[in-house]
Design a protein around this ligand. Structure first.
Ligand code: GRF
Length: 212
């Protein structure tokens, strides 16, 4: 059986960023768009939280924003279907989850297979899920870091695109470790998006090759 191969499109793309909070990763992706490192535009910044600080930053930067109240959608699938509708309407090529604190349902993940990325503040597959810095410190690992990966229905399990390692220091608290990891997140997330629209990400099964 021949293996399915996906190669990211080389094009001027349209990005939707999904956030729930401060939006520092979104901001770095937008910085890279603005200074021409990423050949794309941000067509939508979406949040499930009305007060997300990142939404305010997006408005100040003149980007289109949408907040949808999840409480108005008792069925999670309906909520995600609504997001999909907004994304489709805008011809979005790539969805970037950047501190988006809701799990996308399988229907969304299937439609945006190889077209949605997430950033996670640990070296996956170690420490998936929440409270990951606490987990890394309590486990006693010497090295943690961050991972940009494609989104799959299994949370934090999609093909890995880029990772950066960060030492865990003896006196680290969750906050100091998170801050050191965030510095690396801000480098690898824009880099992964850049590679995507340069047509350089090749996905075979779990493995992502970066083409020259
Ligand atoms: C980041 O640490 C990211 O890895 C995690 O949530 C945090 C979001 O931060 N998924 P920000 O909203 O991008 O500042």
């Amino acid at each position: 059986m021949s293996e399915e191969v996906f190669i990211s499109p080389r094009k001027h793309g349209r990005i939707a960023v999904l956030i729930s909070g401060r939006g520092s990763n979104f901001t770095r992706i937008h910085d890279a768009v603005r200074d021409g490192r990423i050949d794309a535009e941000i067509g939508l910044v979406f949040s499930n939280r009305e007060g997300a600080a990142g939404l305010e930053i997006a408005r100040e930067r003149g980007l289109e924003t949408i907040f949808l109240n999840p409480r108005l959608y008792p069925e999670k699938e309906d909520y995600d279907r609504e997001i999909l509708r907004e994304i489709r309407k805008r011809g979005i090529d790539l969805v970037c989850l950047a501190g988006y604190m809701k799990v996308l349902c399988p229907m969304f993940c299937r439609e945006y297979r190889n077209r949605a990325m997430n950033i996670h503040p640990a070296l996956l597959p170690a420490f998936p899920g929440l409270n990951v810095q606490r987990g890394a410190i309590d486990w006693g690992v010497r090295v943690s870091g961050c991972t940009v990966h494609f989104v799959a229905p299994e949370v934090d399990r999609g093909p890995i695109i880029l990772q950066a390692a960060v030492p865990v220091l003896p006196d680290d608290t969750e906050e100091t470790l998170a801050a050191r990891i965030l510095v690396e997140e801000h480098k690898i997330y824009p880099e992964a998006v850049r590679l995507y629209f340069e047509g350089r990400l090749e996905v075979r099964g779990r493995r992502v090759r970066i083409r020259d």
